[in-house]
Design a protein around this ligand. Structure first.
Ligand code: NAP
Length: 296
């Protein structure tokens, strides 16, 4: 039987309805609305499309949202000045700087300059550290989306063998940390593979939950998957364009093979991607509550 599709797009819609209701309540009961600024430096088309999607969702949820587009040659000091302005702006609860930044800008310095309380991407070392000790204020969006999708689909995480392919700071490392925590939706035994792993297939074939975040088109083949495993495909790889210019996307998993072997799998697109944006909105609502001292 082909695998069940874990449709992140549908789960994300459900969570957005919950968030919409929360935003309405914040407005009617407390006279506040969550505020999100997205800062885009340059004209990278993929970044432009990500920022547009984030702004559109923020708008739909009733946020106060600002899209701040800056030229590619904006110097680092000017960008730091801009972030400082939003750090001090009481209408802004969340600051998102779209990555990657142009090469002349020191990305780490920029991320460090964001007030950790407004760091809704959860990339600031303070938030990374809090995540590591199991006391996060904000969860990084893509890993949070993956965890939420697993929990809401009823996947047993506690005690499961989880294998993550990829060890980046934005996906691989944080999802590994989150799923190994002693907490709800976690308690898994986690293995992380990377380019120096001697035999990736040996590990992936043991996984009850396999998370592919390598950034390599269709890297995980059918014979790398344990029959009945839950497969989360984080990859977003552009493999071409449709005649009308739309991006054709493929994941890090060979879907046609995997769907015959796994018990559940996320599609690309429509799997992890929509969950990521939704978690950003969730973090912004949380930031708004914290800034206004509103209890859950
Ligand atoms: P990244 O920074 O390029 O990291 C890729 C990781 O995969 C690295 O740790 C690398 O190992 C490992 N890797 C690469 N090739 C491998 C191989 N052949 N065998 C074993 N490990 C291998 O990528 P990322 O930012 O984590 O993103 C991963 C994918 O997820 C990309 O396709 C990206 O577009 C997508 N993504 C999607 C979302 C979403 O919302 N859906 C969000 C973020 C990213 P080394 O460390 O040894 O180099």
């Amino acid at each position: 039987m082909p695998a069940k599709l874990l449709k992140g797009a549908e789960v994300a819609k459900e969570i957005r309805e919950e968030l919409k209701a929360e935003v309405r309540q914040l407005q009617s009961k407390h006279s506040v609305v969550p505020g999100l600024v997205t800062i885009l430096v340059g004209e990278n088309p993929a970044s432009q499309s990500y920022v547009r999607a984030k702004q559109k969702t923020a708008h739909e949820l009733g946020f106060y949202s600002v899209q701040d587009n800056q030229p590619a040659d904006l110097d680092e000091e000017a960008l730091l000045g801009l972030i400082d302005k939003y750090n001090r702006d009481p209408k802004i609860d969340g600051i998102l700087v779209q990555l990657p930044l142009p090469k002349h800008v020191n990305e780490n310095r920029v991320l460090l300059s964001i007030d950790p309380g407004k760091d809704v991407d959860a990339f600031h070392p303070v938030n990374v550290g809090k995540l590591m000790i199991g006391e996060p204020d904000y969860l990084p969006c893509t890993p949070a989306g993956i965890q939420e999708l697993l929990v809401r689909s009823g996947t047993e995480i506690s005690g499961a063998e989880v294998v993550v392919v990829g060890r980046s700071n934005i996906v691989g490392k944080p999802i590994a940390v989150m799923l190994m925590q002693k907490s709800r939706g976690a308690n898994a035994t986690v293995t992380v593979c990377h380019t120096r792993t001697r035999d990736v297939k040996y590990h992936t074939r043991r996984a009850d939950i396999l998370i592919a975040a390598a950034g390599v088109t269709e890297y995980v083949k059918g014979d790398m998957i344990k029959p009945g495993a839950v497969v989360i495909d984080v990859g977003v790889n552009e493999v071409g364009k449709t005649p009308d210019g739309k991006r054709i996307l493929k994941g890090d998993v060979a879907f046609d093979e995997a769907v015959e072997i796994a018990s559940a799998i996320t599609p690309v697109p429509g799997g992890v991607g929509p969950m990521t944006i939704t978690m950003l909105m969730k973090n912004t609502v949380r930031a708004c509550k914290v800034h206004n001292k509103i209890k859950d």
